[in-house]
Ligand binder design. Structure first.
Ligand code: NAD
Length: 474
């Protein structure tokens, strides 16, 4: 038996997926899982549903709840971080201030980083929390414990932690499933594709693509010549005009969230976004992001309702979906729950299979965020890269990246993105406001010094940013 700590266990997106994965691996039947969150209502809902699921799946997983970070991490062998300091409310507050000062979609939405919950410069509290968790792993967790990072920003977070805290750590994202999405749309069997992606988190590219013995890119080109793709929802962008335009420019296909993280060209305003991402303007337009937030809010509310329902009707069977499915009035949540209660199906999140590989020495392939150390040529060793790797009880074994990423991907996409990561981390580490200002002076939306001073002042003066203000006033 070993202990796992889930930090931010009230997270609507991750918790139930991860817990359900634990129930599906027989070797993990008596793992002890500490659910930690600062929001007791969300925590309690996760706890009720986790216990119920585990009992019905016939496992004896042991769940404990705590609002204390130290207690959760103490003695843990694995720590999964999905927490978001300030939550979606903070992000929207800061976005609104940015828009007031002339920064459409907020100051953190930048060239090569447009993902709307991926703040890099106004998220002092989140980066601080990352370091706090990592240092507690170093001090309190079991010797050799692993920190599995899912909370964003994964690129900045993984680089920050691995440069500063000597622990085992890996960052995870599900963006590489974009490869599966391409296969599905153009009619290829994913199990017959030989693929590789490489880059940095939310900036990964399909460097290898073979279908049986054929060049997959030739198949894709043929499909693109004869078809256009209509997005079914705002996140349905893998074959959007923006993705294809990026493919034409860079010579390799952007995968997953990389399509959102494109240059200013696609993001001047809603009209431009619609041209490149279809009728919703993509995930990060005001339409797309509202759709996502409404769903996240509705799912959180439904999880709380479902947990209440289960605690008042303890004999109800979560595994008998027909008994309560009409009660869950959100389509995507229905799909989610159906997959969670299906004993044959894993969620697709990599955390639990990764733990399985480490603990049970099962060699499996993952896409991981780790320090480069020579994996991608042309990028510094101490920058976190996202690449495929095999994992077993000896740890992570990166694949050789072959063929190489295109010159344009390295020079015109990854290096400018890495430069902004470096600026965000230097500003954070040194508390140097001038680095944040310089970051914004390079933003084409900036028209004056007063605009930069004004927006940063207003953000720093938010009550939740008291520590940030002190840090940057040193
Ligand atoms: P959410 O706000 O719904 O959940 C985050 C949870 O963190 C909440 O329950 C909140 O109470 C908790 N929390 C906040 N501060 C905390 C603290 N100090 N200690 C412990 N818990 C704390 O957010 P979400 O939409 O579920 O997203 C969570 C994170 O995951 C975000 O950073 C998001 O960007 C990221 N994300 C990552 C991926 C990926 O593939 N890596 C995918 C989607 C979202």
């Amino acid at each position: 038996m070993f202990k796992v700590a889930m930090i931010g266990a009230g997270s609507a997106i991750f918790s139930l997926r991860i817990i359900s994965d634990f129930t599906k691996i027989p070797e993990f039947e008596d793992v002890e899982i500490y659910l930690m969150d600062i929001d007791e209502t969300r925590l309690n809902s996760t706890f009720i549903l986790a216990n119920k699921l585990s009992e019905e799946m016939g496992t004896s997983l042991k769940f404990k709840t705590t609002t204390n970070l130290e207690e959760a991490i103490d003695g843990a062998k694995f720590v999964i971080n999905t927490a978001m300091a300030g939550g979606h409310n903070y992000l929207e507050k800061v976005r609104k201030i940015g828009e007031k000062w002339g920064y459409y979609r907020g100051i953190d939405s930048q060239e090569f980083n447009m993902v709307s919950d991926y703040y890099t410069i106004s998220n002092f509290n989140q980066l601080n929390l990352f370091l706090k968790v990592a240092r507690l792993v170093e001090e309190k967790a079991e010797k050799g414990a692993w920190l599995l990072q899912a909370a964003n920003p994964v690129f900045e977070g993984t680089t920050l932690i691995l440069r500063n805290v000597p622990i085992n750590m890996v960052g995870f994202c599900h963006g590489h499933y974009g490869v599966h999405h391409i296969a599905e749309i153009i009619g290829l069997d994913i199990s017959k594709i030989d693929w590789q992606v490489a880059g940095v988190n939310h900036g990964i590219w399909l460097n290898r693509f073979f279908y049986e013995d054929k060049n997959g890119y030739e198949i894709l080109d043929k499909w693109l010549k004869n078809n256009t793709y209509e997005p079914k929802h705002p996140f349905d962008d893998q074959l959007s005009p923006a993705a294809i335009d990026m493919y034409n420019f860079y010579g390799q296909m952007p995968i997953g969230d990389t399509v959102r993280n494109s240059s200013w060209k696609y993001h001047y305003n809603l009209e431009t976004k619609k041209k490149w991402y279809g009728k919703f303007g993509g995930a990060d337009s005001e339409i797309g992001w509202k759709w996502y937030q409404d769903n996240v809010r509705a799912i959180t509310k439904t999880i709380n309702k479902l947990a209440n329902y289960v605690s008042m009707n303890p004999r109800i069977k979560l595994l008998d979906f027909n008994l309560y499915k009409d009660y869950l009035n959100i389509e995507i949540f229905k799909e989610e729950i159906e997959s969670i209660i299906n004993p044959e199906k894993f969620s697709g999140e990599q955390h639990v299979p990764f733990i399985d590989s480490i603990v049970n020495d099962k060699k499996q392939r993952f896409v991981v965020n780790i320090l480069n150390n020579g994996i991608i040529e042309g990028i510094d060793d101490n920058v976190a890269v996202e690449i495929p790797a095999w994992v077993d009880s000896n740890g992570i074994h990166p694949e050789k990246i072959s063929p190489r990423l295109s010159e344009r991907v390295i020079k015109y996409y990854l290096r400018p993105r890495i430069m902004r990561m470096e600026m965000a981390l230097e500003a954070f580490i040194k508390g140097d406001i001038n680095v944040l200002k310089e970051f914004l002076f390079r933003d084409p939306r900036t028209k004056s010094e007063e605009q930069v001073e004004g927006v940063l002042n207003e953000i720093m003066n938010l009550p939740e940013n008291k520590k940030m203000k002190e840090h940057y006033s040193k």
